[in-house]
Design a protein around this ligand. Structure first.
Ligand code: ADP
Ligand code: ASP
Ligand code: MG
Length: 414
């Protein structure tokens, strides 16, 4: 008898028919003698709808009230599933994040889980019940005040892995609309291949670089607490992908996957006098304003003047623009340009550590497609390029082919 955390994403609970299918799967797992904790997302599209409602009323809606608004989508699905399970003769209890004992820090709309009080969940499990927990939400307590918080878009995965870690579950199953983790987003690359086993580090990079199949924080937690994660489809019985500790066999593959992100913008600050301290001043101000800067490129132009380009999440564009504009006179900035039409394409693989020529191959592949590289950044196990957004799909497909990802690696245990 195992303890299994099952998380179902938005498409898996999109309507009553899908919720009945989830009910059947939970019932089948219980019938096999397992103890089950269920974590749900809101119905697909619901969180977007709620965000849009808040934004219609205010250009800068209060993050605290947005969290209460956004958390309501998950309340609906957990209540509905508990009703369905109950009707099927399974003792279920729907729980909000607060009822499930999930406490977070105060960073509204992107809160991190700080602790989980498992007493209620453990009691329900001991009584033979199935807790059905609202994903993506927690509670923040500050100065006698207690408020609802949310974990950032896609955060239900994180709720599931955090519960699996806190309850010492045998496995955390992530049910979604694809049957596993692929070598690239199967929506973009038709011959993408399912990866049977992927290391925590590789999926962490892929998730960080935009592959939304798993929430970044969920992978961090899975790695930290060594939670076995199985990503699979709620539409089939097929075996999915397992996220595991890296092993030697995996390192034979140079590149394991391609990721992309279209959620960033590039800001270029031109004509700054090239003197010590300009980067410190610029990025210090951006950090104080809470703008998360990713890539940075500085180039020295004519007559002792420099240009600095950097990328930021598109949600921070307004804030970044205001901040840099505020420095214009003080830093003698000649011009500020914002380019929102960029994309980041990245290749990821543990094997890059021991292979040379990987970057050259990436750049040559993009050149052969006539794609101009605007910025480059690298780590031990990834290379990312910023390119024009309308060339993103072409780049991802070309890189997928160039690194042989459509073909199953022969000697590797995948
Ligand atoms: P859920 O609502 O179940 O959490 P998401 O939409 O958040 O589902 O995540 C699943 C989606 O992630 C897939 O439909 C797919 O388009 C996308 N995706 C991006 N990169 C990958 C990848 N490498 N492997 C699998 N899916 C990916
Ligand atoms: N419903 C939330 C979202 O759409 C959380 C999740 O689905 O994981 O971002
Ligand atoms: Mg998701």
């Amino acid at each position: 008898m195992a303890l299994i955390v099952q998380k179902y994403g938005g498409t898996s609970v999109a309507d009553l028919e899908r919720i009945r299918a989830v009910c059947d799967r939970v019932a089948a797992t219980v019938a096999q003698g397992h103890r089950v904790v269920v974590v749900l997302s809101a119905m697909s599209g619901e969180t977007d709808r709620l965000v849009a409602l808040g934004q219609k009323l205010s250009a800068r809606p209060s993050p605290r009230e947005m969290d209460l608004l956004l958390s309501s989508g998950e309340r609906i699905t957990v209540a509905l599933l508990a009703i369905a399970l109950d009707a099927a003769g399974i003792r279920a209890r729907a729980l909000t994040g607060r009822q499930a004992g999930i406490y977070t820090d105060t960073a509204h709309t992107k809160a991190r889980i700080e602790r989980i009080e498992t007493a209620t969940l453990t009691r329900l499990l001991d009584e033979g019940g199935v807790p059905v927990v609202a994903g993506f939400q927690g509670i923040v307590e500050e100065g006698g005040d207690s408020r609802v918080s949310t974990l950032g878009r896609g955060g239900s995965d994180t709720t599931a892995v955090a519960l699996a870690a806190a309850l010492n579950a045998d496995v955390c199953e992530i049910y979604t609309d694809v049957d596993g983790i692929y070598t690239a987003d199967p929506r973009i690359v038709s011959d993408a291949r399912k990866i049977q086993r992927i290391s925590f580090d590789e999926i962490l990079e892929l998730a960080n670089l935009g592959a939304k199949v798993l929430h970044v924080r969920s992978v961090e937690l899975a790695k930290k607490f060594n939670v076995p994660v199985h990503v699979r489809s709620s539409f089939s019985e097929a075996e999915g992908s397992w996220v595991v500790q890296g092993d030697a066999a995996m390192e034979q593959v140079v590149v394991s996957g391609i990721a992309y992100s279209q959620k960033e913008a590039r800001v270029t600050v031109r004509g700054i006098p090239d003197r010590p301290g300009i980067a410190a001043q610029l990025f210090g101000a951006l950090a104080t304003a809470g703008v998360a800067v990713d890539m940075i490129v500085q180039s020295v132009g004519a007559a002792g003047h420099a240009s600095i380009s950097f990328t930021i999440p598109e949600t921070d564009v307004q804030q970044a623009n205001d901040t840099v504009a505020g420095l214009k006179e003080e830093m003698a900035i000649a011009a500020i340009e914002v380019d929102p039409a960029i994309a980041k394409v990245s290749i990821v693989g543990l094997g890059m550590q021991s292979h040379t020529g990987v970057a050259a191959k990436m750049f040559e592949t993009l050149r052969a497609e006539g794609i101009n590289i605007l910025m480059i950044s690298t780590s031990e196990i990834r290379i990312s390029c910023i390119i024009a957004r309308d060339q993103m799909a072409t780049a991802v497909r070309a890189l997928h082919t160039a690194f042989g990802l459509a073909v199953a690696p022969a000697l590797v245990g995948r």
